[in-house]
Design a protein around this ligand. Structure first.
Ligand code: NAP
Length: 272
């Protein structure tokens, strides 16, 4: 529904209602109690219709992360306890729009990443949109130390993004089971790595974390969109937030959509 903002502009966020009388400096909108139900029937279609224009010579980069109310991103080293069925649906729907899914070596190991799978019907929709039926999986590692017993090596050939100065014996071993791309020294030059993915046909790169990788992506000014799920629980602990190692500084984003299911909030933020 359209909303009149304090600055006079008209904005829309699906399902929100304006708070009529109160002026609180910035505009405040009431999302709950909910207006008449406006269920989203098809997340794959909803997310697939979002604009994600490729940038000059590089893909659109979207990150998907889940955090607890206290900002934790894992419980005992895994993100699974934070999620639930609605989060799983959003996770899969975002995968369905991507051409390459990029994860850090820490996440691939902690979450025991496997090959990317999508329902046949979703693969058909991708073909109709001119995409490959499945996104490719890319693992980022400077050390090139990736456990080859991980299930991700049991499916389509993954990509490994590593550095030009990674240990040659490890690079050689990985090249037997992955397409190895080498960019930068010390850490992967992600701008160059993503530019190569673009040259190879990728228009949307989805990163599923973790925080170290997301810190590098944001630090290189490559993050276009953040899909942030807020789980309705406290997790405790003292782990990193969704982004680690990012230099202090304000980087504004615009809230483009906010969905709710099972008390979880699903926010779509796009770089302002
Ligand atoms: N809540 C969520 O949404 C979510 C999402 C993902 C992960 N997680 C959690 O996050 C935790 C893992 O955190 P993490 O920070 O270790 O994960 P990570 O970012 O996936 O992995 C860190 C590793 O990735 C590699 N890496 C990242 N950026 C790099 C770059 N620019 N160049 C070269 N290598 C790079 C390095 O590997 P090498 O050491 O091999 O060089 C680095 O040690 C797990 O507990 C996981 O469950 C939570």
């Amino acid at each position: 529904m359209p909303v009149l903002r304090a600055d006079g502009a008209v904005g829309t966020i699906a399902g929100c209602v304006p708070v009529a009388a109160a002026r609180v400096g910035a505009e405040m909108r009431r999302l709950l109690p909910a207006p008449p139900a406006d269920p989203v029937p098809d997340l794959v279609e909803l997310f697939g219709n979002d604009a994600r224009p490729a940038r000059a010579g590089r893909p659109w980069v979207v990150a998907n992360m889940i955090a607890s109310l206290d900002g934790e991103i894992a419980v005992e080293g895994r993100s699974g306890p934070l999620g639930g069925p609605a989060d799983k649906a959003a996770f899969m729907a975002l995968r369905s729009v991507s051409d390459v899914i990029v994860v850090g070596a820490g996440t691939a190991a902690a979450e025991r990443y496997g090959p990317v799978r999508l329902a046949d019907e979703v693969q058909d929709r991708r073909r109709r949109r001119g995409q490959q039926p499945l996104p490719r999986l890319a693992i980022v590692s400077a050390s090139a130390r990736i456990d080859r017993s991980l299930p991700l090596f049991d499916g389509p050939t993954p990509i490994v993004l590593t550095t030009a100065d990674a240990p040659p014996d490890r690079v050689e071993a990985l090249a037997a089971v992955a397409d190895v791309h080498q960019h930068g020294t010390g850490t992967v030059d992600l701008a160059a790595a993503f530019a190569q993915l673009y040259t190879d046909g990728a228009r949307v790169v989805l990163t599923e974390g973790g925080p170290t990788l997301l810190g590098h992506i944001a630090g290189a000014d490559l993050l276009d969109e953040l899909a942030l799920t807020i789980a309705p629980l406290l997790a405790g602990g003292s782990g990193p937030s969704i982004v680690a190692g990012l230099a202090p500084g304000v980087r504004p984003f615009t809230l483009e959509r906010l969905l709710e299911a099972d008390q979880f909030l699903f926010a779509r933020y796009v770089r302002a």
